[in-house]
Design a protein around this ligand. Structure first.
Ligand code: ADP
Ligand code: ZN
Length: 347
């Protein structure tokens, strides 16, 4: 199934329920350079046979400017020129690096994504934000640019470890919280095992997230308004992710709980919603407890991209499926972190 989404800055073809090999009906293999990581390479080497390839070290640690430097040198060595098309095959780290690299290499070459983790399929590969980290600060260097295509090949899901299923579900739960109460309900009735064994339910869910993300990005490509809603759980989430070496989904799960704690105070969220979210996170094997160092977390939050003067645009819930953006003084956030901390200690 194919779908074209036209953004003001470029169009993206979505190939759902597709297969990697279908790319060669559309693109010339000789111009293609695959960007992947060593784990995906180890698992799927036969898929890449005969193609030019740049293999990155796996993991969030490699999402930095050094990797861009090394990968760009590899591209030169492979004689990639302006006609090159970079295809990122991997999780969110690979798609972010590919997007960034493609927009700066020779002032920009074509690129596409084949997301291979649930997280990248449901979220990271969509929306045209490409970034790398600077020390502990997430996505500080980056670009806005859409891939030419995003191709979904279900074969890659077969090798995903349990932790990657949970990681992806954290973002799916995020979409349910901010936009889609019915999806929250559906997720509450099921679990990871159900979706692993029920391909049609899984892909329907993924496509629903893609749809929510594209609708939001279409309304606000450069994140000046509604797109900020997609950062639900990501403000505190990003601060604790690298500080505690959490997986992105784990950090976002805890970030969503912190945002709900603030929402109870600021946007009138019913406490039951926070409890339901906590239950849902546990159901999808995501952590809900973390002893956070409030000082260190606040230090990172002060460097958040969404901060202006003494407030941060924080995404809160009014109810399940209804999110709002509120500029919050740092003092309120600090108080909520203490509340979350003490709540943690009493459980
Ligand atoms: P994200 O979870 O944001 O998508 P990564 O790109 O770091 O982050 O991917 C997470 C991990 O999963 C990496 O170690 C990566 O090599 C691995 N991985 C990616 N795709 C697959 C796959 N289809 N099967 C098994 N492991 C995978
Ligand atoms: Zn995320």
């Amino acid at each position: 199934m194919q779908q074209t989404i036209k953004f003001p800055s470029g169009k993206v073809e979505y190939f759902f329920q597709s297969s990697f090999e279908e790319l060669w009906e559309k693109y010339d293999r000789r111009n293609v350079v695959i960007i992947t990581d060593d784990r995906v390479m180890g698992l799927y080497a036969e898929v890449f046979f005969g193609l030019k390839i740049v293999v990155l070290p796996t993991g969030e640690h490699s999402k930095d400017i050094d990797t861009i430097d090394r990968a760009a040198k590899e591209l030169l060595r492979l004689e990639a020129n302006r006609k090159a098309m970079l295809i990122g095959v991997g999780g969110g780290v690979v798609t972010d690096i590919t997007g960034f690299l493609a927009t700066v290499y020779m002032r920009g070459v074509a690129f596409g994504f084949v997301p291979t983790t649930l997280l990248a399929m449901a979220d990271a590969a969509i929306g045209g934000k490409n970034g790398v980290n600077l020390g502990l600060n997430k996505n500080i260097l980056g670009t806005f640019a859409h891939p030419e295509f995003v191709l979904y090949d279900s074969r890659f899901a077969a090798t995903l470890p349990d932790s990657e299923w949970s990681n992806g579900f954290a973002e799916i739960i995020k979409y349910a919280c901010i936009f889609d109460a019915a999806m929250f309900e559906e997720l509450s009735k099921n679990n990871i095992g159900f979706y692993r064994n029920n391909a049609s339910a899984l892909w329907t869910l993924v496509e629903r997230c893609v749809d929510w993300k594209n609708k939001t990005v279409l309304a606000d490509e450069k994140e000046t308004g509604v797109r900020k809603l997609l950062n639900f759980g990501h403000t505190a989430g990003h601060a604790i992710e690298n500080l505690y070496e959490l997986a992105h989904g784990e950090a976002v799960g805890i970030g969503m709980l912190i945002a709900c704690t603030i929402s109870e105070e600021v946007s009138g969220l019913n406490k039951n919603v926070t409890s339901e979210l906590e239950k849902l996170l546990i159901q999808y094997h995501l952590p809900v407890h973390l002893n956070i160092d409030v000082e260190k977390t606040m230090e990172l939050l002060r460097m958040d991209k969404k901060r202006s003067d003494d407030t941060i645009d924080y995404i809160l819930l009014e109810q399940t499926g209804k999110a709002v953006i509120r500029p919050l003084p740092l003092t309120i956030i600090e108080k909520a972190l203490h509340t979350y901390e003490s709540y943690n200690r009493t459980r």
